[in-house]
Ligand binder design. Structure first.
Ligand code: F3S
Length: 756
């Protein structure tokens, strides 16, 4: 059994009592989202009314999932925690590093050759610490999670924004940064701002060409890319119950595109069917015993406006297929209006490539419905125009679809390419011939994101998002403005034909099958397992613990940079080509703050080196100070560190000798990440003091030796002209966080505690 049934049973065992207590305290009927949140409070800590959108709350997730790109630093950090095993069931999935080029077999081998050191590291570190490892080719993280681990009423976190896909099986599943995953794997609480709740009532039933994807494409049009920020979207109504579990997964998956914390659905028959078909009847039997708690209360769904912060209603009887894009997933256009809009905007209408796959739409049902369109076209003598690329979601899906003939249906498209069960073009891992020419063109895909350059690196590729069925139809016609409901195609005999409506199978009639699912179970006792990291690797580097604080004032520090204006985690630790160094702290530190604007010369990546008076790149100057044993501080503006929760943005400064970051205000996640890495995250008591800091200043802390919760600290800035300013700085460290600072990092403290 791959899934941890004991854990699931223990979650269900606590449901009745915790829900009863929650009802008492909240004093009103409960949504499903609240039920899951309240049953997963850290140490069952339901002692107060939490304020949605305001209160920070500690939770105890049931699972952790990591993909290969983000898992590297997360697991390198976990190794520092001094634990023999992870505290909660966890998995890592090799899916992001696999490039699509010519087809599954050759591409997979090439990716394994190219990334073997990363895959070997992940394999050995997972083996050692009790983490399940899904090898390259096993599948896309979120499909594999849905097929094997997701369970109704559970809570999980994952180091990927589309972790939310598991809402299709009734979970609260949230995408997080590596630091959060490390905390939970090390046995600590996970903090989340209590989400607001958006209810989406689905009436009617999908029909004809419309699919689950069109529901979320419509929702994206309504909410826009920011409309779900800080919210859980909860779907309910007869329309919700009529959807398959993987269709629900598609909808939850793209909740990330409206910024939602996550999305979820109540436990129903579609989930029972899917769990049973994927070998988890035991979960159905256990869930059925607490089924009333695994969905929202009837009163909530009867009067949703009383219990949700916002309610949206969609009638599936009236919904039509949508195409969203280009360049943003919320630009939603019903297929009937597409031609006029495309012409008005000058979007290229010819389509060279059509892609089906990604964690969003790569299920058995998706492939079977898209295959039915291809079969129909071939039977009617239509020759497809575009190239069709397929990435099945998992080896289980691929094996079963192969057995049932759907992949052969696609192969009837002479140009079809079946790629590896991996992310591929969805994350830009696509060696598309000719993309480097930068020509204006359109592609259609069933993925979730369509930002410029995401799929093929060409900024002029107009990517449109649609259901797999619509992608297949558009691939056949070769035209973006093809509306299969009203338009005809000319076949080889010159006849006008109309494509039949898609039909497919929610689940395989003969059951799922797979020869080798690509799963590597961890060793029972991993103590003897050696973790493979080549000391000369430029992609991976074992971490060494950061130095603890000596309890004294930091003195003689130099200013590394005073950042002007916006300084996001991207400015602090740029993505793009640097991502390949995610597992090598020293190498990736060469991107530290290279995007930040130096307030003294308004240039990026050019700061004064006080040791020789010359201007140089930020990482070089930081390394020079570090080599000379001189501590540094970084000064910043408002909302410093906004953006992604990337832990590298805190680890890199720490690694290069920055001791404190003093800003007008912080983005909260970055502030917490700095604390976890053993740095001082400080804010100006008076924001105008930002102007009192000069390039050549020497900085002394005056009372850090009395560091305590709620007690501001004083910093003395000695200016080059002999004058000085004393500045008051605030902080939000509690006693535990001061412990992290003393120990050198949160992980150092955990490791110390593990020893005792
Ligand atoms: Fe992979 Fe794309 Fe999903 S990168 S995890 S398939 S969003």
């Amino acid at each position: 059994m791959i899934f941890d049934f004991d854990m699931i049973q223990s979650v269900y065992a606590r449901y009745p009592e915790r829900i009863a207590k929650a009802r008492e305290i909240v004093g009103k009927p409960l949504t499903l989202s609240e039920k899951i949140l309240f049953t997963h409070l850290w140490e069952g800590n339901l002692s107060q009314q939490y304020e949605r959108g305001n209160s920070y709350v500690d939770f105890a997730p049931d699972r952790v999932a990591m993909q290969d790109a983000t898992a590297q630093m997360a697991l390198l950090q976990f190794m520092q925690a001094g634990k023999a095993k992870v505290a909660v069931p966890s998995t890592a999935h090799a899916d992001h590093l696999i490039q699509a080029r010519v087809g599954a077999e050759a591409d997979l081998q090439e990716s394994i050759n190219k990334n073997s050191e990363v895959f070997n590291f992940l394999s050995s570190v997972c083996d050692k610490y009790g983490i399940g490892f899904w090898k390259p080719g096993a599948g896309i993280i979120h499909q594999v999670v849905l097929e094997n681990y997701a369970f109704p009423g559970g809570m999980m976190i994952g180091t990927d924004s589309h972790t939310v896909n598991a809402g299709g099986l009734g979970m609260v599943a949230v995408g997080v940064g590596g630091a959060d995953a490390v905390d939970v794997m090390a046995g600590m609480a996970w903090e989340l701002k209590m989400p607001k709740l958006i209810g989406v009532k689905l009436t009617g039933r999908l029909n004809g060409w419309t699919s689950a994807k069109d529901i979320i494409l419509k929702v994206a049009g309504i909410l826009t890319v920011k409309g779900g920020t800080g919210c859980i979207i909860e779907y309910f109504g007869e329309g919700a119950e009529s959807l398959s579990a993987t269709g629900k997964g598609t909808i939850c998956n793209m909740g990330a595109e409206v910024g939602a914390t996550t999305s979820t659905f109540g436990y129903d028959d579609s989930m029972r069917r899917y769990l049973a078909a994927t070998g988890r009847q035991a979960i159905v039997d256990a869930a059925d015993k607490v089924a009333e708690h695994l969905t929202g209360d009837a009163e909530v769904y009867a009067n949703p406006e009383l219990y949700f912060d916002q309610v949206i209603e969609i009638n599936l009887d009236e919904l039509t297929p949508h195409l969203n894009g280009p360049f943003t997933p919320d630009l939603a256009t019903p297929v009937s209006e597409f031609r006029a809009k495309a012409e008005a905007n000058g979007w290229p209408l010819d389509v060279e490539w059509a892609l089906i796959g990604s964690c969003t739409n790569s299920s058995y049902e998706d492939l079977s419905r898209a295959a039915s369109i291809v079969e129909d076209a071939v039977a009617k003598g239509v020759k497809p125009k575009a190239i069709l690329g397929i990435n099945p979601g998992s080896e289980q899906v691929k094996y079963t679809a192969e057995r049932d003939g759907f992949l052969d249906s696609f192969r009837k498209f002479e140009s079809a390419r079946i790629f590896t069960n991996a992310c591929g073009p969805c994350i830009g891992q696509w060696d598309r011939e000719g993309a480097e020419k930068g020509e204006k063109n359109s592609i259609i895909h069933s993925f979730n994101r369509n930002f410029a350059k995401r799929a093929d690196g060409n900024p002029n590729t107009h990517a449109f998002v649609a259901s797999p069925e619509m992608v297949a139809a558009i691939a056949i016609s070769g035209r973006l403005d093809f509306n299969p409901i009203t338009d005809t195609l000319t076949n080889q005999n010159g006849e006008q034909i109309r494509l039949g409506e898609p039909n497919g199978f929610e689940l395989p009639a003969k059951g799922f099958d797979v020869a080798d699912n690509g799963y590597q179970a961890p060793s029972e006792d991993g103590s003897q397992v050696r973790v493979d990291v080549n000391p000369t690797s430029d992609r991976l580097q074992l971490l060494t613990p950061f130095e603890p604080w000596d309890g004294r004032n930091i003195t003689g520090a130099k200013l590394l940079i005073k950042a002007f204006g916006k300084c996001t985690t991207d400015h602090i630790s740029m993505a793009g080509p640097w991502l390949k160094y995610r597992g090598h702290l020293d190498n990736i530190s060469n991107n530290m703050l290279i995007g930040a604007i130096n307030a003294y010369n308004m240039e990026t990546n050019s700061v004064k080196n006080g040791l020789n008076g010359e201007y140089d790149e930020v990482p070089n100057v930081a390394r020079a100070y570090k080599a000379a044993g001189i501590p540094t501080i970084v000064v910043g503006d408002q909302n410093y560190g906004e953006g992604s929760s990337r832990e590298h943005a805190a680890m890199e400064p720490r690694h290069l000798g920055v001791r404190a970051v003093l800003v007008k205000s912080f983005a909260r996640i970055h502030e917490t990440n700095l604390k976890k890495q053993g740095m001082l995250a400080l804010t100006f008591d008076n924001v105008d003091d930002y102007d009192k800091i000069f390039e050549d200043d020497t900085i002394n802390f005056l009372d850090l030796d009395q560091f305590a919760p709620g007690r501001p600290v004083q910093l003395e800035f000695q200016h080059a002209d002999g004058t000085k300013d004393i500045i008051l700085a605030n902080h939000t460290y509690n006693a535990q966080q001061i412990g992290w600072f003393r120990a050198g990092s949160a992980l150092n403290l955990i490791a110390e505690e593990a020893k005792n």
